[in-house]
Design a binder for this molecule. Structure first.
Ligand code: ADP
Ligand code: MG
Length: 403
């Protein structure tokens, strides 16, 4: 797959560039607790500014559902962006996204290289999530060029990632992916095309229902599927295993049985944990014991995969030449239940494979364990990376494809 990138835009000097970014950052009491997503967009923003452009930067933040929510305003983001860019970021809290003042401010950017306007939270306007053409048309009036660097949002058919670039293209204006989106597509495409084999996928996390589509698609592509985290208990319980009080989704038993049958049919190794660390409560003080994964006593919850499972997963990972990891093996946030995630992440980092990790919590684990260097790519978009790897057409990428 090939998409247009900043390099294809030509001169941006004196142009106004609309940059869709993913500044959906965590906020606590009005303070930004993690600016990773803002930093991730800096290469694109800086490159465009160095090229002599002015910028209209826009993102969604949280889920305000088409209404103005005071605690979802972009103020704290504007302040942090200004610090990181080392220049003024013009932001005004508005009653919605667009207003005559905002439109005027963007008009004034023409022939004013280096100036940056940050729009209010795109989701304050119901037109954003509705992918409304009228909203996209008004956004298109704010700039001459469109760049999408919001990988975390490309799987959604929302106005700023789908209708807006489509309108710009109709009007003959340049559109392209930013550097972050470009890197994501390049790295993830390696897993979709002809990955070096064996290709091993490691899936975990809390809910199997979130990742069933991914499992279904990966079973058609990988050589081995290693399943940990709470989602393993739905697989184990579906076969009649005793899982005590562990998290389980009985309404998914049929789905996971079907995935298993398909794996068997294709000769894909589908591995589940054989032992787990169990405790009566999800607290660091709770008494723990390691038990067989299909014989967890009543009153106990499986909260991490056990040492034998780590060893077995690591043995398979050592042979892998391509690895995809999404979802922690246990409640790694609590030290007593972190060994499984740490062990598997270390095995992936140490394998001589092309290794990609995705998912907010999985990336937090990679950082926590200091294993960043062991991965070839850390994908910034949880849902977007999974949908991309399912081989689906993503609206925000499709519109930028070279045809
Ligand atoms: P990611 O963000 O990487 O996609 P998920 O959001 O799917 O991952 O899942 C992460 C969450 O799953 C973590 O908060 C972790 O504590 C939880 N989790 C993993 N294993 C278990 C388990 N055995 N029981 C309860 N929660 C679990
Ligand atoms: Mg998560």
């Amino acid at each position: 797959m090939e998409i247009r990138t900043i390099g294809d835009l030509g001169e941006v000097t004196d142009k106004r560039v609309f940059v869709r970014v993913d500044f959906n950052v965590p906020l606590k009491d009005g303070t930004l607790t993690d600016d990773t997503r803002i930093r991730a967009a800096l290469p694109t923003l800086k490159e465009l500014l160095e090229g002599g452009a002015s910028l209209v930067v826009a993102s969604h933040l949280g889920r305000p559902k088409g209404q103005v929510k005071e605690d979802a305003r972009m103020g704290p983001v504007a302040a942090r962006l200004s610090e990181l860019l080392g220049r003024d970021v013009e932001y005004r809290p508005t009653d919605g996204v667009l207003s005559p003042e905002v439109e005027q401010a963007c008009q004034a950017l023409a022939f004013e290289p280096g100036r940056v306007v940050l729009l209010e939270n795109l989701r304050f306007d119901p037109g954003e999530e509705a992918n409304e053409r009228a909203f996209a048309e008004r956004l298109s009036d704010l700039a001459d060029v469109y760049v999408d660097d919001a990988f975390g949002a490309v799987h959604r058919a929302h106005a700023s990632v789908a209708a807006l670039p489509a309108v710009m293209i109709e009007q003959g204006r340049p559109t392209a992916a930013g550097r972050l989106l470009e890197r994501e597509v390049e790295a993830l495409s390696k897993l979709l095309g002809e990955p070096a084999r064996p290709y091993v996928a490691v899936l975990g996390g809390a809910k199997v229902s979130d990742k069933l589509a991914t499992i279904g698609s990966l079973v058609e592509r990988v050589d081995a599927l290693l399943i940990g985290g709470a989602m393993a208990f739905t697989f184990i319980a579906a076969e009649g295993g005793e899982i005590g009080d562990s998290l389980v989704e009985p309404d998914r038993f049929e789905d996971v049985r079907a995935a298993r049958a398909r794996a068997l049919e294709r000769g894909v190794l589908l591995e589940l944990p054989t032992d787990v660390v169990a405790a009566p409560e999800m607290t660091p003080e709770a008494p723990r014991r390691t038990v067989p994964a299909d014989q967890i006593p009543r009153g106990q919850k499986g909260l991490d995969i056990g040492p034998r499972s780590v060893e077995e997963f690591a043995r398979i990972l050592a042979e892998a030449r391509t690895v995809l990891w999404n979802g922690p093996m246990g409640v790694f946030e609590l030290e007593p239940f972190s060994a499984g995630t740490r062990g598997v992440a270390t095995a992936i980092a140490g394998a001589g494979a092309f290794a990609v990790a995705g998912g907010g919590d999985s990336l937090a684990a990679v950082t926590k364990f200091g294993l960043e260097d062991g991965f070839d790519h850390l994908s910034t978009g949880g849902g977007a990376s999974l949908e991309f790897l399912e081989g689906r057409e993503l609206p925000g990428i499709q519109v930028l494809e070279v045809t």
